[in-house]
Design a protein around this ligand. Sequence first.
Ligand SMILES: NC(=O)c1ccc[n+]([C@@H]2O[C@H](COP(=O)([O-])OP(=O)(O)OC[C@H]3O[C@@H](n4cnc5c(N)ncnc54)[C@H](OP(=O)(O)O)[C@@H]3O)[C@@H](O)[C@H]2O)c1
Length: 253
Amino acid sequence: VTEHVLVIGGTRGIGRAVARAQQAAGHTVSVVGAHPPEGAGGATPAIRHWVADVTNEAERTRALSEIVDECGKLTHLVLLQRFRGTGDAWQGEIETSLTASRAVIEACAERFDGRADNSIVLVGSVAARFVAGEQPVGYHVAKAALEQMARYYAVTLGPRGVRVNCVAPATVLKEESAEFYRRQPEILDLYRRVVPLGRMGTAEEVASVVGFLCSPAASFVTGQVLVVDGGVSVLGQEALARRLTIPDERNTI
Ligand SMILES: NC(=O)c1ccc[n+]([C@@H]2O[C@H](COP(=O)([O-])OP(=O)(O)OC[C@H]3O[C@@H](n4cnc5c(N)ncnc54)[C@H](OP(=O)(O)O)[C@@H]3O)[C@@H](O)[C@H]2O)c1
C-alpha cells in the first residue's frame, strides 16, 4: 500500500519540490494550491492537483473530503502556504499561515491512515527568530507562532501516533527565483562569503529535509524545528565581520 502525502501549497516553489520528491519516492501525492499550476514548470504528471483557497472554509472542507475519498487516508501532511495577496498583509499572514494551518490540521487529524508513522510538517522560516527586512511584521509573527503550533500538536496528536515538526529554511534558490539570482552575481557572492557552507541552499534541499521528517527515519522526532540555512544562524558577529573583511579568514575564524 503506497503512502499518501498531502502538500498544501505544492503548486510552485519549495512546495512543488516537496511534491516532486515525494512522488519520486513512490508515494501518492495530492497537492492543494489556490490556483491551478501554470506554465512549463507547473503541473507534474502523476500528482493530483486540487484548487482550493485554504482560508475559505467551504473550499477547504470540500477539497480535503474529496482528496481522502479519491486518494485514500493520509500518511503525511506538509503545509507550505503563505500569503502573497495584495490586501492587508497582517491579516493575510495570520489567516493564511496560522488560521488555515490550524483548520487543516484539525480536519486532517481524523484522516490519517493509522500506520506506525504518520506525520505533519509545517514549513516555517528563519524569520521566526531573525528579522528579514524584506518581509512584513505579520510574516515574522506568523512564522514564530507556527513553531509553537508544531509543539502544541506534537503533544496533542502524539498519542494518535502523529508526529508534528517544523522546517525553518533561510532564503533558498527555487525555479522561480533562479533567474533573478543569476542576474545578481554579487548577491550569490555574498552568500558564498557569509554562509558557512559557502552558498545558497535550494528548494530541493528543503524538500529532502521535509522528506526525512516524513519518513520512518524520523520516527521518534516530534515537536522540533529543523533549521535549513547552511549554518548561517550559528555564525557569531565577530566571525561574520571577519569573513566579510578578511578574505582568508573564511575558513579559519
Ligand atoms: N522561498 C524561500 O526562500 C523561503 C525561505 C524561508 C521560508 N519559506 C517558506 O516556505 C514556504 C514556501 O515558500 P515559497 O517561496 O515556495 O512560496 P510560494 O512560491 O509563494 O508558494 C506558496 C504556495 O502556497 C499556495 N497558497 C498560498 N495561499 C494559499 C491559499 N490561501 N490556499 C491554498 N494554497 C495557497 C500557493 O498556491 P498558488 O500558486 O495556487 O497561489 C503556492 O503553491 C512558505 O511557507 C515560505 O514562507 C520560503
